[in-house]
Ligand binder design. Sequence first.
Ligand code: ADP
Length: 364
Amino acid sequence: MPDSLILRVRAALSAIRDPASGRNIVSAGAVGGLSADDSGRVRFTLEVPDRDRQAAEGLLKAAEDAARSVPGVTGVSAVATAHSAGQAKQKPSGGGHDNPFGLKQKPRIETAGEALSGVKSMVAIASGKGGVGKSTVAANLAVSLAARGLKVGLLDADIYGPSLPTLFGIDGKPQMRDNKIVPFEAFGVKLMSIGFLLDPDQAVAWRGPMVMGALRQLMSDVDWGELDILLVDTPPGTGDAHISLIQSKKLSGAVIVSTPQEMALADVRRGVHLFRQTETPLIGVIENMSWLEGPDGAKQFLFGEGGAERAAKELGAPFMGAIPLFPDLRQASDDGRPVAATDHAAAKTFHELAEDIAKFVKLA
Ligand code: ADP
């Protein structure tokens, strides 16, 4: 259902003209990270001109209204990201309709200051769309890396749905020390989330400069101390300005999380291209929710078998492994105790994946 909903929303957004290019906002590559969840909630980013606030807000509102008018859409979270008038957008090659995420364009890299001092390596955990388990995987990998004795930080930069506070059962606002934000610490991991800076019920209706400002603050103003590895749970989607911002910090590597469905795999391809374009080393692809084990031990491949592994192979990207569906994982996550910190069957899978990452960044 979400995939056909995305197509209908994309069609509705195509009716809106991008004043900067004169083309529709979809083929102009202004819409990014379009995704829908099973309940019909739609999310996307929209690049708007940052010089003309009124025009930017008008464009965002028109896009929100168009998405909301599509039958089946129950809610819309749109985030405006800014592009300055001087930065004319390149025309996407190969026809805008194949390229709604604007990915054939070379992503713009924001320069956000020097590398994080004291942080030996930084790894992005990315996904083409929301709901594939990216945050769950990032949280558990962080816990597994810490269990190896490494000094680990986890930055939840998912502006749409920060989940780290729930996953680690943390409530409240972080303290400040010497003008820096002091991260929380749980299960041996230093934690910072954009969620700690937001009110829980605050609608995600960020305006472009706010998004960039908040991400910049998360990247630069947190007192991480000495870290062996910082994992960054990035917003879903590819090609967004905030991803470029994160990449400007010289990532040691990136991991792409996907489910086996065909639509998710198209996103894996986009992710691989994005990281290649920005010369970020690709650690590999993790397939999540790969199968459900029956009481007799037989595997049921609910979303198709081996899709992410095939896609990775096709793209020449390493396949790191598969994580099955654990029906009780959602509950464990809601309880604020990552399964990697327990004797749950999933823990071993996360430990193995964490070992691969540690080896990649030469910490094992
Ligand atoms: P994302 O960060 O990609 O949006 P989340 O990590 O928030 O996704 O996961 C979405 C939902 O799926 C959560 O409720 C999470 O508990 C559940 N989930 C993730 N991975 C698994 C898994 N392997 N088995 C069962 N549930 C999972």
